[in-house]
Structure formats: structure tokens, C-alpha cells
Design a binder for this molecule. Structure first.
Ligand code: MN
Length: 237
């Protein structure tokens, strides 16, 4: 039986030791899986592949062990860790995917994405996204000293906490028209994403959309595909 797992929205940081432990427990439990897809916001912030904090080094080592064991590892960037780069991918032995990718799941084409681009009602965010994804802006940012980027991230973290940005009530949901357009554009009847922190399965005339949830101190959300059949599961640590 070929198992593929999908996870997203761990929002790993120094403040999430339970989630980090939960990740390692999941990776131990699922040894031998064929593929692991990380669909964004794996880290709460990523200020560059040269940010060698103890957390980052621990997580990279564990992911490397997963890929070394023969599991194929794929990473989609989220809005929080959009600066994940080629060095990181190389260190973990994984492959970075673009904003939207159609994968072959045991013969079924499946669109995988973080999900933020479906939230088209969040006009302000999409404006900001365009800036943050500008290659020139990114290059300029990444060449700043690490200490300066760490200070910048600290400021962002404080502001985000204050606004409770990761609370689902404060995340605008996916837009129906954007969802229908994504099904049509990518010619799929199944899509998997995270970002909204609203884990659920939605069936429409166009197909099915399975949404991952964010991780808490007690439990994680995973999608397990066994021989192509998807289950949305909550995994308690
Ligand atoms: Mn997100």
C-alpha cells in the first residue's frame, strides 16, 4: 500500500515545542510513507535559508532523515514561509513546488497549493502578496544582514500575535469563484490546500476540495492518501 501524507500550517517557531514534538512523532509513526507533501506555513517565519537557529537545524535534520529513508519530500511555500529557498530544499533532500502544482496521486490528478491565492476577497493581503513575491524585493531583503532580518521578523511576530492573525476568524476563507476557476484552469476534480485553518471536505459540481487544518499543542491535521483514497484525519499526539 502506497501512502502519501499531506500536512500544512504547523507554524513552527520557538513558541511551539509541542507542535515540533508532534511533528517528530508523526514522522516516526509514518516511517516508510512514499511521499510527504508540506503545503505551506510549515514555519511561522522564514527569513532566509542562512538563518541557522537551533529550531531550524533540528527540523532540517529530521526532514533530511525522512528523505534519506526513501520518502519523497515536497514543499510548497506558504505566506509565512515564502522565503524558503533552494538551500533549504537541498538540506532536507526535498523539492520545492510552485504556487500551484498538479500531482499524480495513483493515477488521479490533484491540485496542491497553500490556499492563500484562493482567498481573493482578501484584497489587501493579495496586494501585499504581490510585493512580497516580487523577486527584486525578495533579493533585496535576503541580502540584508541576518541580525536585521531577525529583528524584522520579531516585529512581524509581535504584530501578528496582537492581531491574532492565525485565528481562523481572522483568516478570510477561500472564494467560491476562485475555487471554481482553479478546478477549471488545472483540469482537476480534486484539490488539497491549507492556509484557512478550516479543516473540512467540500464537494461541489466541479469536484472535491479537502482543506487541511493548523496544528495545535494537542493535535495535528493530516490528509492520508492510501492507494489514492484520501482521508482527512486528526492526529492527537
Ligand atoms: Mn497561510
Amino acid at each position: 500500500m502506497a501512502t502519501t501524507l499531506f500536512i500544512s500550517d504547523l507554524h513552527l517557531s520557538d513558541n511551539t515545542p509541542e507542535i515540533e514534538a508532534g511533528l517528530y512523532a508523526l514522522l516516526d509513526r509514518e516511517q516508510g510513507m512514499e511521499r510527504l507533501y508540506i503545503l505551506g506555513d510549515f514555519f511561522e517565519y522564514w527569513i532566509g535559508d542562512d538563518d541557522d537557529t537551533p529550531l531550524n537545524r533540528r527540523v532540517i535534520a529530521r526532514l533530511k532523515a525522512v528523505s534519506d529513508s526513501g520518502t519523497k519530500l515536497f514543499i510548497v511555500r506558504g505566506n509565512r514561509d515564502l522565503a524558503l529557498g533552494a538551500v533549504f530544499a537541498d538540506q532536507v533532500g526535498g523539492q520545492l513546488l510552485g504556487d500551484t502544482t498538479v500531482i499524480d496521486l495513483e493515477g488521479t490528478p490533484v491540485l496542491v497549493l497553500h490556499g492563500d491565492t484562493l482567498c481573493t476577497d482578501d484584497v489587501e493581503y493579495l496586494k501585499m502578496r504581490a510585493i512580497l513575491h516580487d523577486p527584486d524585493w525578495q533579493a533585496e531583503m535576503l541580502q540584508r544582514p541576518l541580525s536585521e532580518r531577525r529583528e524584522f521578523a520579531k516585529g512581524l511576530r509581535a504584530a501578528s500575535k496582537e492581531k491574532a492573525e492565525n485565528d481562523p476568524d481572522n483568516i478570510i476563507d477561500a472564494n467560491d469563484q476562485a475555487i471554481a476557476a482553479a478546478f477549471a484552469e488545472h483540469k482537476v476534480a480534486l484539490m488539497i490546500h491549507g492556509h484557512t485553518h478550516r479543516p473540512d471536505r467540500h464537494k461541489t459540481a466541479d469536484g472535491e476540495r479537502i482543506v487541511l487544518g493548523d496544528w495545535s499543542a494537542e493535535a495535528s491535521w493530516i490528509i492520508r492518501a492510501t492507494d489514492g483514497n484520501c482521508q482527512l484525519e486528526q492526529y492527537r499526539y
